[in-house]
Design a protein around this ligand. Structure first.
Ligand code: ADP
Length: 490
């Protein structure tokens, strides 16, 4: 099938979170399966830097052209590169005043959030270039709110623009929290028929994600449980009613993990490599982690790892509330992350008060993340919500049974051990986001570590299949559904 992905992020050119990983790994898996697939993304500053570091530059995709938005004309360049470790073409939409900024989602020079303009230009330029290059896809696969205009153009412009007649659209929600909500007066900038304004307006704002949820032929999100949660009032972030109405077009597909990055048998970041058949290397990684953290290697206390963005979503505030009790009961903790300064300060305070039992690393450190996943006994994710989550899948692959709150993708990947399911269990789950629930579940994990159950939990964890091949097949089914809803062949 001929597929075009539209995304604001794609590794290694631009990434702030899981979206960047998926927008690279899924196309790569589709290419490996024989699909004709390409990725379109803005030519961010970080992409230019990536090429400069390699002393190379993407080739010209087509001659520069102009795009009109609300009477203003913008010159756009199209560059063509390639996704590493594949032959997937990557088309970059270049317009420096919009995309050549430090952080990907930075405001303009005056501090204004001009995201609606930036991503409208991105979508309009991408569609214009696809037409120019004669590259009409069978599936336009849009990720999150940034390219949300594309499904709307496809659904509501087709009686004016026949190009979309044979294009079906799929929208993937990576995180419903981000919706692209802007002042209602900006609607005309989208260039949609005026009568469609009510379809895009939501609670007094232009809401780009909402418009795409109405327009897309199929909607996916990144885990089956999250697909259900976002249809509830509690998890719907104000869009649950619409999501329920479109429930027959909505499905959840788990992300995969990239085995070239996350496989303990070949991981170059590890001091020693290992597999389910021979875990000697894992014991060496544990010793290396103890040394890096300043912990005594012969202390049998459970070593608990935690990694992530320090935001409300991840529930680290509650984990930190539980820390005194966890340490008093013999658990040792390593945490890696950055974000909320108040949480960073609490981490540093614990580290200062409990050397040898609590270690905090602030910042983003890929190598350290690998070392923690391999060296810790268990890994904790107390997320308030978690659309899919990658770290628990890395933990499973690394034989580090995770302790998770039973939500979203965590609920779909971790089977909590309850004493009678050792044939399947691969970690531990809790429901209430309280310090008591965390402390109780960690105590339960400690007793499992001391009992004979642990080796089986580790084996079960390492058996799980989170390959992208599997996810890509499921996306293929969604694409066929999207085209059949349109009455199109596939
Ligand atoms: P989200 O996309 O919500 O941030 P995920 O668990 O889906 O959460 O993915 C987060 C990714 O970012 C993982 O690959 C994780 O290892 C990585 N990561 C997050 N924070 C850090 C950090 N401080 N250092 C290294 N890697 C990090």
């Amino acid at each position: 099938m001929k597929i075009c992905h539209l995304s604001a992020e794609c590794m290694p050119f631009a990434k702030t979170g899981g979206l960047g990983d998926v927008a690279a790994a899924l196309p790569r898996a589709q290419w490996a399966a024989g699909d004709d697939v390409e990725v379109w993304l803005p030519f961010h500053h970080s992409a230019a830097e990536w090429y400069r570091r390699r002393q190379s530059w993407p080739e010209l995709g087509c001659a520069p052209f102009r795009v009109e938005l609300l009477g203003q004309s913008y010159e756009v360049g199209i560059l063509r590169g390639q996704l590493p470790a594949s032959q997937v073409p990557v088309y970059f939409v270049a317009h420096d005043p919009f995309f050549h900024r430090g952080p990907i989602y930075a405001a303009d020079a005056t501090g204004r959030d001009d995201g609606l303009w930036r991503f409208t230009l991105f979508v309009r330029a991408a569609v214009a270039a696809m037409k120019h290059l004669g590259r009409r896809p069978q599936i336009l696969h849009c990720h999150d709110w940034h390219p949300a205009l594309a499904p709307m153009l496809g659904a509501w412009s087709s009686y004016r623009d026949r190009w979309f007649d044979e294009v079906a659209s799929v929208l993937t929600i990576h995180n419903l929290h981000h919706q692209g909500a802007y002042e209602p007066s900006l609607f005309p900038a989208l260039g949609l028929p005026a009568e469609t304004a009510p379809l895009v307006h939501h609670h007094g704002a232009v809401n780009l994600l909402k418009g795409a949820l109405v327009a897309a032929d199929m909607i996916t999100t990144v885990s089956p449980t999250y697909a259900w949660e976002i249809q509830t009032r509690e998890g719907g972030q104000g869009l649950d009613e619409l999501l329920r109405a479109r429930g027959d077009r909505l499905t959840g597909i788990l992300n995969g993990i990239d085995p070239s990055e996350w496989d303990p048998a070949v991981d170059p970041h590890l001091l020693a490599r290992y597999s389910a058949a021979d875990l000697t290397g894992k014991a060496q990684c544990r010793r290396a982690l103890c040394e890096a953290a300043g912990f005594a290697a012969d202390d049998p206390g459970l070593i608990l790892g935690a990694i992530g963005r320090l935001t409300e979503q991840k529930g680290f505030d509650v984990l930190l509330d539980a820390v005194p009790r966890l340490l008093a009961e013999g658990t040792r903790i390593v945490m890696l992350g950055s974000g909320d300064p108040a949480l960073e300060r609490r981490m540093l305070d614990y580290a200062a008060a409990h050397p040898g039992r609590f270690r905090a690393w602030l910042g983003y450190d890929e190598a350290r993340a690998h070392g923690i996943e391999a060296g810790a006994d268990s890994f904790i994710m107390p997320s308030r919500f978690e659309p899919c989550g990658l770290n628990q899948m890395y933990s499973l692959a690394y034989g580090t049974p995770p302790i998770v709150r039973h939500t979203g993708g965590l609920a779909d990947t971790v089977i909590g051990y309850h004493g009678h399911n050792l044939d399947r269990a691969n970690g531990f789950s809790f429901y209430d986001l309280t310090a008591d629930a965390i402390a109780g579940t960690v105590a339960w994990a400690r007793s499992a570590l001391a009992s004979g159950a642990w080796p089986q939990l580790v084996q079960n964890a390492m058996r799980a299949d989170f390959s992208w091949r599997r996810s890509a097949e499921l996306y293929g089914q969604v694409y066929r559904q999207a085209r059949s809803h349109r009455g199109l062949p596939f």
